[in-house]
Design a protein around this ligand. Sequence first.
Ligand code: CS2
Length: 498
Amino acid sequence: MKSLKLNAKNLSAISERIATPKYDRSALKTGIVHVGIGGFHRAHEAFYTDQLLHDNNVKDWGICGVALLDFDTKIYNTLKAQDGLYTLIVKELDGTHTKRVIGSIVECLFAPENPKKVIEKMASPEVKIITLTITEGGYNYNEATKAFDFTNPLIKHDLKNPDHPKTIFGYLTQALKLRQARGLAGITIQSCDNIQGNGHMIEKMLLSYVEKAAPNLVEWLAAYVAFPNAMVDRITPKTSEEDIATLVADSGIEDAWPVVCEPFKQWVIEDHFSAGRPAWENVGAQFVEDVVPYEKMKLSLLNAGHSVLGILGALMGYYTIDEAVNDQELKTFLKNYMDFEVTPTLGDLEGIDIEAYKQSLLQRFGNVNIKDQIDRICSETSAKYPIFILPTINSQLKHQGVVQLAAFVTAAWALYSLGTDERGTQLNINDVLQEELHAKAKIAVNEPEAFLDIESVFGDLKSSSTFVSAYKEAYNNITNLGVAASIASYNLKSIKQY
Ligand code: CS2
């Protein structure tokens, strides 16, 4: 079989090999601008939207993908060369792959190359929604001050150079100013990142910026822009060279950047839009009044569960999440964390079988076909920890609940930040705070609680003597016994203690 490059010209030949879009892409309007065209967006929102576009009456909801950072050059060039097309490879539990070409991204822009074009696009009348996957760190929120971080050099840059912004805040502000000046109707800004109250977060952060950068926009923003909260879910590992090669070998398709993901997907959205929205409910999304309980459950069980497996697993020398969760002691540790420390903080989850949800997570983590990289999970832990783990700890402390296992994970993170696993193999750490984490981790060797000094991550956690003593005990346990033996001893203790 002669292999075919993925692009619009080859689409009909490719449709003889795998499923392809059956709608006329050239007839679509771009009702959505999406910022951050990484794997998750392409496995999630773009997938849902592609499904929806198969309904012939839907013409208004093509996506314009924006690559915001210099770092995104490769994905931009790839998607441009492939006319926005890419293959989504779902790795089923039985080991088979379900593949389809996704066509919902009909246009791509590279912000560093042409900021004006991006601003004009966001301000165009046909655009009704701007969706975001800019990562947990992208919101510029500081845990220590509980506010927008104006000390960030990129923010300083945007305040001085409004026409050539670098951050999402600069872009949105310029685009909204144009919409206001042109008397355009409202717009919705919808976060698809893993943050509790992600809609509230972008609203609050954008407002802080706008108050300084464009005070005349404040009132307009309150009146015309909606910020729905949403819970998003689909495990999307990094694409490997092997994934790319397998697609060529099995289907004869040359796609420079296919996306791989698990079969499970979930999207729960507050139905609060300013200028209409796609009927995503027709393709499986759920619209609800209040998404908070779903978000809390997902962030503190799934995402935190990932971090627990990632940090402990990395120290133990595992490379993938399935390897880590298939270690029985580690799985028991995680289940205990979920049961004894997270579940009591979740409150009433009407209509949700929480035990079934936890079991489904363990099964999803254990999918051996996914091979989700521990490196990916541990990347940017400094932005994830305050969202995934800290709220659980704070809530437990407030209600005199136990924090031993969260303290254990925190101590393990301090050791992880030294840079090697327990066998002495170098860890591939990727974190904006890497230097600070490493410096504190080194001091922590003699004075464990020094690691907790990083206020932008831990807030005032160090002022809790309950937490600090649990943390120190864990730190000493791990350094004396090693991770595996300490986990085993904590598992025994958990049974007795709770
Ligand atoms: C992961 C998430 O980045 C992480 O730490 O927990 O990317 C996770 O895979 C997704 O949120 C799943 O929906």
